[in-house]
Design a protein around this ligand. Sequence first.
Ligand code: ZN
Length: 254
Amino acid sequence: MCEKCRENSSRPFTSRSIMPSRRSFLLAASTMGLMLTRAAGAKEKKAPPKPGNVLSPDAALKRLQEGNARYVEGLARRHDFKHEREALVGGQNPYAAILSCADSRIAPEYAFDSGRGDLFVCRVAGNFADEDMIASMEYAVAVLAVPLILVLGHEGCGAVDATIKSLKDDKELPGHMQSLVEAIAPAVKAVSQQGAKGETPGDTLGNAIRQNVIDNVAKLKSTTPLLSAAVEQGKLKVVGGIYRLGDGKVGLVA
Ligand SMILES: [Zn+2]
């Protein structure tokens, strides 16, 4: 043993000699703990199945409009449903929610050239927001983090037309259909009493369809506590559109 080694081996452990290694250990343990915590956090918040669907409200609206433009032009994309099925087994993260009329001529996934997992679509004849629709929209926004809601009415809506006739003739619809009339009546009455924003004179049906969309956009925007808070925080945009039957174009009205 050389003099140097003997000197070191004979030296008793001191706090000075042990401190660096203990410090290193503590630092490593703390780093490991941080890594484990981050790993656990990452596992809890798993990556969205469609990363391209994580958008701002404005970007989501732009994507809807671009999809509609492709649909109008007959240039819809070919969707790989097999691949999409696999990606969506574990979850969903749609980029927009749509409150649409149930009319069979209005198919939101086609109209916006979107695949599965892209649109959270709720449909009811007359596209109005009742308690169940609001609850579904809250789920889309608060749980699925959807940045955009579109209320989608359309030309020639039978539900709105039936409401106009029911009120005019003071005659209730049979079965459960009167509930549609009650939901749509405020828009029809507003149009006949005051005139709709941007209305076309003499076009009662068209004006009522438009007013119904405008009213339901306002209702969703102001519904507390979840939707109104998301709007105020800039996380959510609520817009309204009318689908044109002839060419499939969706024009924004709210
Ligand atoms: Zn309709």
